[in-house]
Design a protein around this ligand. Sequence first.
Ligand SMILES: *Cc1c(COP(=O)(O)O)cnc(C)c1O
Length: 408
Amino acid sequence: MGVAARTPHGDRAHELDAEDPLGSFREHFLPAPGVLAYFDGNSLGRPLRATRDRLAGLVDTWSSRLIRGWDESWMALPETVGDRIGALTLGAAPGQVVVADSTTVVLYKLLRAALAARPGRNEIVIDDDNFPTDRFVVQAVAAELGLTVRWLRVDRHAGVEVDQVEEAVGDRTAVVLLSHISYRSSHLADAEAITAVAHDAGALVLWDVCHSVGSVPLDLDAWGVDLAVGCTYKYLGGGPGSPAFAYVRDDLQDVLEQPIAGWMGSAAPFDMGPRYEPAAGIRRFLSGTPSIVAMHPMQDMLDVIEQAGMVEIRKKSMRLTQFVVEIADSALASAGVTLATTRDPARRGGHVTLEHPEARAATARAWERGVIPDFRGPYGIRIGPSPLSTSFAEVAEGLAVLEECLQG
Ligand SMILES: *Cc1c(COP(=O)(O)O)cnc(C)c1O
């Protein structure tokens, strides 16, 4: 037994672990020597044991099949892996998700495509605390096309609310681009209601689901979402720099034109024809050759998500964040920590943000002791336990160490 047994929350942690139906899933992950508590599951998920074999298998296929591997399996991966992400985590019927590029590049492509589909409308709605890359892409595209950015001012301890969007949208709004879960506060936006409000104004909606996919169940088809983009290296365990995915609702696919016309998204890449003719369906959202190597680890995580089920994953995630909040409200509060995430589990995603004047220094000290949260300026410490790889004991131990680190 580690530090947890000696902490005030150790007993509670052991109880919670004992009754955790997903507890055994921790065995699927590779150990991290020297790491007492990993709280960055929302930034870079931990690798699965199965991934070692899968990557070795890829090298075998590559060495034996060589270029034939493209026809035999790799060419289809952006769509087959996309369909699995869609079915298991997004509530998306097949043929609407493709894996490629980075989130930033997919944001650019989908935003440009959506804007072109709303001619005569000149505003993009986004909140001022959205993830930097989302804001930067919007600003750059607005400058490129001479459009106006309509900023929603949000509370940094909360996030975008439906009535704010209702006030901001109108007949000038072309696209509303928002994050489903705020990377900073963990605020969970009401995607269904906001989508409906944007549609009532005649706008298209582009959801960034980087912090939700694999953590909070999504129901994009049922919510009537137009477009979405997400990361695979957070809760989908794709590994550093693994590609993003794009969701494009099926009835929009043949209407939208994305701006990076490339051979891989063309109707017949190997005809080497004189002109770009987009492929039918979701494949037209590809541009260049997708990263097949980096599409391997996420397949193992999808297997594990399939076994565990998103509903159970969300339940455990809520119990984990609830436990973090309990400790934040007791032991950590005495150390001067305040909560920068809602106490309502239904309104937050998979992480909890704490604030403390010494957040930066304390995070650095915690890393030295094998406790790994992340620092988000000016005073934030994000605690992102991953439902499949984090135990309650790990939370208790990690936060006990963090408490000491906050005291210098
Ligand atoms: C992690 C994250 C990104 C990252 O984009 P990349 O292009 O993969 O670097 C974008 N948006 C949100 C909301 C994120 O959480």
